[in-house]
Design a binder for this molecule. Sequence first.
Ligand code: AMP
Length: 250
Amino acid sequence: MKVLVAVKRVIDYNVKIRVKPDHSDVDLTNVKMAMNPFCEIAVEEAVRLKEKGVATEVVVVTIGPKAAQEQLRTALALGADRAIHVQTDERVESLAVAKLLAKVVEEEQPSLVRLGKQAIDTDNNQTGQLLAALTGLAQGTVASEVVVDGDTLQVTREIDGGLQTLELSLPAIVTADLRLNEPRYAKLPDIMKAKKKPMDVKTPEDLGVETASRVSLVKVESPAERKGGIKVGSVDELVDKLKNEAKVIS
Ligand code: AMP
């Protein structure tokens, strides 16, 4: 079984986001970038399938600038076998990402496509769903457990108020939720080995996909600054402040 995993380069989740002074975008100057955490979870799942002997090959793909090869190398160090880089410096919106991934799916014919449920930079939560629509493959989104059973997949999804289990026939697309697994750290020897693993570089033009944006980013704003808190001396003082200053109780 071949597994294709889509990974995205995003701002490291530990970084405090800065907005550009003209509010045109987030400031990425000298900012640490990393693999989107949900994509790391998807890679971990694919590698575990390989370790169990269920998957025979794990291929990772990203769409992004040259620097996104760092995240592909990380995925290779975590256990993926080879990588595909669709190189572009443009901001590629979800529909175009899904069209490019659909072309890669057509070329690679994977039995299983894994994505994160969302990218933490744009929070779109739609690429997996768009890819399922374009390819006509079955989809299981926000998966918290996935079991491969022959030609079918049991996907448990976290939905409002409980869990839902779906049975999908392969080939299928699954997007990973946070509780699916805890990704491993790459070890130094694996990081060294990853440098020699194959990486195929292509462009959106090579795949025949036009990536011109239909959505423009109008404005980015930081959340309002929170005022510092105070310490109260007693419960009576707290109740008094809640009643008379914050006016949240009567
Ligand atoms: P989104 O729909 O943008 O929130 O992203 C959901 C998932 O789609 C991510 O976790 C990735 O698996 C995949 N994805 C989104 N953008 C890209 C990209 N530029 N390259 C590769 N995969 C992507």
